[in-house]
Design a protein around this ligand. Structure first.
Ligand code: NAP
Length: 347
């Protein structure tokens, strides 16, 4: 039985990336999935998430960055990310049953040996992988635990078409925001954000001064900033805040996806007088600190919103492990929208 399924393929980093991340930085290698030890399960993956943070993990010197929220990758290392798969073998003393569908963190491979304690069982009759693997829950955590959106708020979401942003705009509206503004690279995505995601206005990186665009889009000011970008966009948003505004910092894409050199140093020039005079709160936030009880709350909430037709989980699904490096390349280049997932063949 195991003999028939033990060959597995996985994606490894060939060499550290500098400059633009490309599919050629990765290779697909054949390996042997070992039998699960006591307390472990062998999982055949069905879907895994593709996250742009892999760009930083693969960067030369990533291991020297203190506080990096994910393990740096060295040449030869197998990539990892959130995944959903089916248990095909359970080790001794393990109460997970063969056939169970589980979520875990060892994507980018066909088979994974995972400690049962690190698996979250999916016990619903059907599974929407975008709800489980998507960053809607990150947006939900940020907007309910870090900044509370109040009825009447004007909310600005940077990278509003991205994995987190495409959900944050919708969730902000569901939590009571009356005006939701997003940012993106150009007109095509801006149009999509307004027609499909319900943004009232979108500012674009190719549309001239962000400061001027934002002043026109939010003439009465901004109450909540959900920032994934940093740089000029964050500075302009802070200038445009209303009294008592709240700002949650989730990412710094200007630094992270800098085409010349990805970095975790995300410097921004901010007028601190604005923060003081208007009593603006700025908080960095990591959704992972709130798992797992909040994650369960998110799953219940998104299920309700989906049944009521109030939310959409935008995603791009790319089929086959062979295309996974390409999916990452395209995500980092900004050519995809929403969550990016790879789907592997069913058993
Ligand atoms: N705090 C947390 O709990 C947490 C959890 C997960 C991820 N994160 C972080 O949150 C941020 C967003 O993550 P995500 O997965 O949702 O990513 P994402 O927004 O889907 O990132 C990809 C998008 O970034 C935009 N982009 C590309 N180059 C850019 C540049 N130079 N400046 C500004 N935007 C650029 C592009 O969108 P446009 O074409 O629309 O500009 C691209 O499609 C990342 O920094 C990530 O590390 C935080």
């Amino acid at each position: 039985m195991l003999e028939e399924i033990c060959l597995s393929r996985e994606v490894i980093l060939i060499d550290h990336t500098t400059g633009e991340l490309e599919a050629k930085h990765f290779a697909i290698v054949e390996t042997t999935a070992s039998a699960p030890g006591p307390g472990e399960v062998l999982v055949r993956n069905r879907w895994f998430r593709v996250s742009i943070s892999t760009r930083l993990m693969a960067e030369q010197g990533a291991e020297e960055v203190k506080g990096i929220p994910f393990p740096p990758l060295n040449p030869g290392d197998t990539l990892a990310d959130g995944a959903i798969g089916e248990v095909v073998q359970a080790g001794r003393g393990c109460d997970l049953r063969v056939g169970s569908l589980v979520m875990h963190s060892l994507g980018w491979r066909e088979y994974a040996v995972v400690p049962a304690t690190q698996c979250k069982v999916i016990n619903t009759p059907t599974v929407d992988p975008a709800a489980w693997l998507g960053h809607g829950w990150t947006a939900y955590a940020a907007l309910t635990q870090c900044v509370q959106v109040r009825p009447g708020d004007t909310v600005f979401v940077t990278s509003g078409a991205g994995a987190i942003g495409s959900m944050a705009g919708q969730i902000a509206r569901l939590l009571g925001a009356t005006r939701v503004i997003g940012s993106t690279s150009g007109q095509e995505k801006a149009q999509w954000m307004q027609t499909e995601l319900g943004y009232d206005a979108v500012v674009t990186r190719d549309g001239g001064s962000i400061r001027e665009q934002l002043a026109a889009a939010a003439p009465d000011g901004i109450d909540v900033i959900v920032d994934m970008v940093g740089g000029e966009q964050l500075a302009a948003a802070i200038e445009q805040t209303r009294e008592g505004a709240r700002c949650v910092l989730l990412g710094a894409l200007t630094a992270e996806l800098n085409p010349r050199n990805a970095t975790l140093k995300a410097l921004v020039e901010v007028d601190t007088f604005q923060l003081i005079l208007k009593g603006v709160t700025v908080r960095g936030f990591s959704a992972d600190e709130h798992a797992p009880t909040l994650f369960d709350a998110w799953l219940r909430q998104v299920d309700t919103w989906q049944h009521e037709g109030l939310i959409w989980l935008p995603h791009t699904t790319i089929k086959g492990l062979d295309n996974a490096p390409y999916a990452l390349q395209e995500a980092c280049a900004g050519r995809l929208k929403g969550l990016v997932m790879v789907e592997l063949e069913a058993l």
